[in-house]
Design a protein around this ligand. Sequence first.
Ligand code: DON
Length: 359
Amino acid sequence: MEKYPTRSKPDSATFAIPRRRLLGFGTVGLLAAAMPSLVGIGTAIAKPTPADERRLKQLVDEAHSRFATVGDGKNADYIPYLASVPSHLFGIAISTPDGKVIEAGDTTYAFAIESVAKVFTLALVMRESGPDIVKQKLGTNATGLPFNSVIALELHQDDPLSPLVNAGAMATVSLVNAANAEDHWRKISDNMNGFADADLPLNQAVYKSESDTNQHNRAIAYLLQTGNHMYSDAMEACDIYTRECSIGITTRDLAVMAGTLANGGVNPISGKRLLDKAYVPKILAEMAVEGLYDTSGTWQYDVGLPAKSGVGGGIMAVSPGNWSIAAFSPPLDAAGNSVRAQLAIAWIADQLKANIYAE
Ligand code: DON
């Protein structure tokens, strides 16, 4: 029984931007034994031709059928709501620069965005205050430890090191320029809506489940405060962080949000600029460094795309200047990353020769 509402697809607008060639061929160690290396598109898909679209549709369909039966991983259960989401759900969507979304599986099921939200509030702070404040106050390095590690804070005098772990994400929320709590939430939620070109709902059941059980995050928020790394009221930042994690998004929404980063900061559907083009590489660098937490390095080694995961089961990946892929499936690996979403994105990225480190 699905607990989140589903939404119908918005109309796609056309918004074409010239694209550069996709970068070279990569192997996916994660999957190397399981799949043959096929010939990919290998060229830019600025304005995908009908043939490109058919190829992308084939890829999402094939990835879906290859990995839908993978039974590894387990739903997150430290947030009780997440344990109740049906584990079989699996959606994949690619957002193209001309505003199309090509999808397979359960792409209209609305799941909790969780940690993927961290990227977009980081973008908001960068837009408001510039990249230097991000580097100085939030950090640009990996913790090498789980996303909610207190040991990481202890080891670094309560400096979060990265905006993409829980501590850094609460510090990020605290840096948003806001007059009061209501204004604070409105700015964060409006920003997410802009990236998705949708009116994203706050899932009250997720928010309640997380708020009832977020004592660990509250402790982290107070630690940040004691170390002078919290820039608004600590409990306000923790609560608003909990709310942003509880936003309901579909795989399709997530592809468009990531597509805005792939498209140099301009939403490929609405045509609205959400982020200065010069800041996009900095956001992608943060994703490359800490997007999949303690397995971020392995992801770069195997796949070579900036990506970000959430314990709701969503992952987005960005081919800079080109397209994005989002995938969703609730069962997670030990680091908190969706097993099927990683497999699907890695496989499609390999087919499209999308490794950014390859020629
Ligand atoms: O704060 C938490 O623990 C969750 N709201 C979000 C964590 C998360 O998504 C980590 N992702 N892989």
